[in-house]
Design a protein around this ligand. Structure first.
Ligand code: NAD
Length: 355
């Protein structure tokens, strides 16, 4: 029996989380595993109800469960709030920090039925299967920051990018362990020609690689990596990188697959894993049964694999998604001529039935 804390959040969040729950219900029926779910307020809706985007009660539930499944947070309604009360800065970042989730896993996997949905040519993306491992709790996003007024009256803003040996080692191990279960190749991305934090990054990753003689390690500069991702993305297996580079590169890698609505993520490191789609709350389509629930359903599959150690159940979900796509069902964001358009609820139902 596993306890899942559900944080549906804002916008399309509740719709896609409901879709994932429908599929997990089917997993329960098929495998006999039992899931207990507890739902909590998180993000803009939590601010409206309690005055805090990450209420204490939600923090407690997140710590107590076996895993957290999150939809998305944010929207124009909360954009004008002070930073610490906004859903992203006041809820998402503290949640990741509290869970000790220092490694963010983002698979960029192309389903063969969708090879034509990418903006790149089919032959460039076909068979693409990259796992981006992004350091999530360090670097410039969490380093000291301040502003000061200079004697000439202009304002200077400072963000500090800092990394310690420990922070690099632990995320590097996650990447090397994952590579062993895949094609045994790690590409570490940095900017060692310019940044001191990147020089340390490269030294430490090279030293950790010594513990994994069966895994091949390459280093690449982040600018070249961005270029290679659109030129020849099939060359990558596991891509390991620091927080900000990973933020940018994983969005780039996700677009190779066609739609942001397809891609899951896992944030690991602490006792409780966090699983969420990579997309935001999509206010433009919320409440219209238009959102693609597959990213959240695939996030639930990652939860089965990484938090619950149920690889067969995860395989079942992933195969059901591939099967429904093969049969020609599409949500609007991935719709192609000759295919059958369905809504959020219908897509989740089809995947659940196919399990
Ligand atoms: P977004 O990801 O919400 O939407 C970008 C575009 O992709 C929109 O056109 C949207 O309709 C589409 N889209 C996104 N998810 C989709 C899905 N599942 N199915 C179909 N189409 C989908 O990004 P944005 O518009 O930049 O941000 C909207 C809000 O979400 C903002 O408040 C932002 O801060 C927040 N946000 C939250 C998270 C998070 O909760 N992790 C991440 C990114 C953005």
């Amino acid at each position: 029996m596993y306890t899942i804390t559900l944080l549906p959040g804002d916008g399309i969040g509740p719709e896609v989380v409901a879709g994932a729950m429908q599929v997990l219900q089917a997993v329960q029926e098929r495998t006999g595993v039992q899931f207990v779910t507890r739902e909590a307020l998180f993000g803009g809706c939590a601010y409206d109800a309690t005055g805090s985007p990450f209420p204490k009660e939600t923090q407690k539930l997140c710590q107590e469960g076996d895993a957290v499944l999150l939809g998305a947070v944010g929207g124009p309604k909360w954009d004008a709030l002070p930073v610490e009360q906004r859903p992203e800065a006041g809820a998402l970042l503290p949640l990741r920090k509290q869970l000790g989730a220092f490694a963010n896993l983002r698979p960029s996997l192309i389903f063969s039925a969708l090879s034509d949905a990418s903006t790149l040519k089919r032959e460039v993306v076909e068979g693409l299967d990259i796992m981006v491992v992004r350091e999530l709790t360090g670097g410039v996003y969490f380093g000291p920051k301040h502003r000061e007024t200079l004697p000439d009256g202009s304002v200077k803003a400072v963000d500090v990018m800092e990394y310690s040996t420990n922070e690099i080692e632990r995320v590097a191990r996650v990447a090397f362990d994952l590579a062993r279960k895949r094609s045994s190749r790690v590409t570490s991305v940095d900017k060692a020609n310019v940044l001191e934090s990147s020089r340390l990054w490269r030294e430490v990753v090279t030293s950790v690689a010594g513990e994994y003689p069966d895994v091949e390690l390459n280093h690449i500069l982040v600018d070249n990596c961005a270029m290679q991702l659109v030129r020849y993305p099939q060359q990558f297996d596991v891509m390991l990188t620091e927080n900000m580079f990973g933020d940018i590169l994983s969005d780039l890698a996700s677009q190779l697959t066609g739609s942001i609505g397809m891609l899951p993520s896992a944030s690991l490191g602490g006792k409780v894993g966090l699983y969420e789609p990579i997309h935001g709350s999509a206010p433009d389509i919320s409440g219209q049964n238009l959102a693609n629930p597959i990213a959240t359903i695939m996030s639930a599959a990652m939860m089965l694999r990484y938090s619950f150690d149920l690889p067969q159940a995860a395989d079942l979900v992933e195969q059901a998604v591939a099967g429904v796509l093969e049969e020609g069902y599409r949500t609007k964001d991935i719709m192609q001529p000759g295919m059958k358009q369905v809504g959020t609820k219908e897509m989740a139902e089809l995947i659940g039935v196919r399990l």
